[in-house]
Design a binder for this molecule. Sequence first.
Ligand SMILES: [Zn+2]
Length: 872
Amino acid sequence: MARRTVSIVPHTHWDREWYSPFQTFRLRLVDLLDDLLPSLDADPAYAHFMLDGQMAVVDDYLAVRPQAEATLRRLAASGRVSAGPWYILMDEFLVSGETTIRNLQRGLDRAASFGGAMDVGYLPDMFGHVAQMPQLLQQFGFEHAVVWRGVPAAVDRSAFWWSAPDGSTVRAEYLPQGYGNGARLPDDAKALVAAVADFESEWDSFLVGPILWMNGTDHLMPQPWLGRVVAEANDLQDDYELVVRPLAEHLALASIDALPSWTGELRSGARANLLMGVTSNRVDVRAAAARAERALEQLAEPLAALYQPAERWPGALLDEAWLDLVRNSAHDSICACSVDEVCDAVLHRFAEATQIGEGLATRALDALAATLSVAGPIVVNPSSRARSGLVELILPGNDPIEGTQVLNVRPPDRVMADLDLTEMAPVVIRELKHNDRITRLALESVETGALLWSAERDANGELLSPGARAELDALTESTTGQVRIRITSPPTQLVVTRVEDVPGFGWQAWNGPAPTVAPVTAHDGALTNGLVRLEFHEHGTWSINGQRGFGRIVHGGDVGDTYNWCPPDGDTEIDTTTRSEVAIVESGPMRGRARITSTHRWPERTGGEMVDTQVVTTLELRAGEPIVRVETSWTNRTRDQRVRVHHPLPAPALGSRAECVFAVVERGLEAEGGPTELGIPTFPSKRFVQAGGLTVVHDGVHEYELVDIRDAHAHEIAITLARCTGLLSQMPMTTRPLPAGPITPMEGSQLQKPIVATYALHIGNADPYALVDDVLVPLQVVRKTSGRAPTDDTAVPTEGQMLSVDGAPVSALRRVAGQLELRVFNPSNDTTTVTVEGRRGWLVDLRGRPVEHFDEQFTLAPWRIATAVLHD
Ligand SMILES: [Zn+2]
């Protein structure tokens, strides 16, 4: 009988940061590679080592061992070491599609300088897999994926054909026992053969083709006896032929006969723990991720690409910001199932990326303003679709302007400060020099009100003439006591007003208010704009268009951990308030706001005494918008809890549609669990989720669950606002009997700080991607501060469009090698035509390789992602 091949793939799984911070794990990484590289050189029988499919391992090592670079290059080029393809082994659900693409692009680029990347979509430890991963892998040129968590019970072989919604299919090698089935290779050939035989008999008909023996696990040091023991094992039996080889070589031999098929996301707990509660564990990390991704993807990149010349493209800064995002996308980092030091580092990286992104966006807007000869405010639309909506503007004068709503007025005369005379002079001098809006500045005695000194602009526009300066100095020397600084300047008002039809990727000079569409009014304690009517009820809830029960806040206990929610035995949910009041704080016509302040009595911790928490929810309606914007916040002083907000569904629902990477995924009312993890239908949603006619648009990935199931239909959606736990991993728990990491107490995951959730509700059929733009990517306002004055009014354009893209949502617009690169996707079952007006170029794959020329238009099949390089 022929011997069955056993492919032994020596590797290590290197979580860059997790139950220890990065620097602590890195010390161990340095030890590992310091040992490994000489062993590989000295022992040809130690034929291969896989560096966990991620280039971060290489860079983190070389940062402190630069002298090892030549050795690593030589070993990689000769095939003894495989590196990449990823830069980091990310989580797929909690980061954007762009972050995933940039991660793989960065990994491939970096691996290229080590002789090329491992040709395998290696996904060993991700907490489930997104539906579009097969398409992403294919567009990067991969034919193979390797997966573990998330594979459903319906897959009954160690390999399957895995398809994305567009039909892209890869062969997925399923690791039935994870990436460490051969972790600790015994220094004993008989024991090795016995272990392989045990594995084979346990999995039996499940295994197709050669056996894959993954020799490594989390942070495990290599076993130097590998080559010798494998040779001895081959000599002492005839059942198996053991070969130490790269993973790609194993997959090239692997069976493709009679494999089962699966289309879409892999989120089952049937065969391995999915760890389905990570979505809700640290809402602060989710919010920081969303802000940073938005700053780069939807502000900095498109605005710099559109409004700055190619030679000013801020590539180096963007690269630094993206490196922060890619590092944070590591599964233990973004999933926040890590010690507090790691979460602190993650938040810091997101903050820096956000600072770069938002700063570059401001630079790009200023660059636009500098090129325009239009006076006054300019409204800029950072999205690809034409947009209408509200903007806040500072306008001259303090007379009410039709079509605007005044937020505050700066009067012509106001007191700037009361100061001791000795401290006053530098303040006055600085104001007079730098504040060119001031027309007059006067000093009065606080005691008597007498005018002590004043200065007015002279004919040359100067406020601080030499004579006035001398008077001021004399006053300082001759008088003591408190002075009042009173300044006079032209009055201004901060208003909110609506603009109409600002072109996509374009701008519009503000030219007076548009006629008000669907103005907001407040009557009898209700807010309405004719499209949506809000009324307020008991326990802090409200109704939309007569349907009651929105905004019910539900508190339950959580004795789980950062990985999984777990209610305490006999838990009682609390959904009432002890007090709740409503105040209309803005009453239209452009914007109406109601503030609900409610007091909730929640246990301080599991079994602890009841304490009051004050929750403030602000509801906002805007003129012309069928959207209710919601912000709920509280200062969190309670622990071991899950706090959700429930909203009724306008119609009973059999399932949900949630945004995921480059797709909208449909999910039913149940989740598949398994022997070691209870299936709980709490799912992640990227920016929106829809059910029963309700769309919830939310800032940051959120966890949702369809609840109130009656007659097999859901009648409510619950959105998790916060889930607070005190352990990295717990055990045993009724929802997950085995630990998922060390039992480490943590304070950060109790979220003892202000919690803010921002989302919006829409009842109707609006395009959810348009809602996302309106709610999460506001129109920008830039004011021209200097530059040319208008010379000829007829020649001054009041509107412009830098790029017209129609037919599909835009995921990215940036410059690559000087040229504009545009990425769109088709989140629907219908073929669409994408029109890029007046532009031609090449469609490319995700490695940038040309696929097809296009001239102004191309078709995009259902669920396809397309990247276009624009040549002119
Ligand atoms: Zn891991």
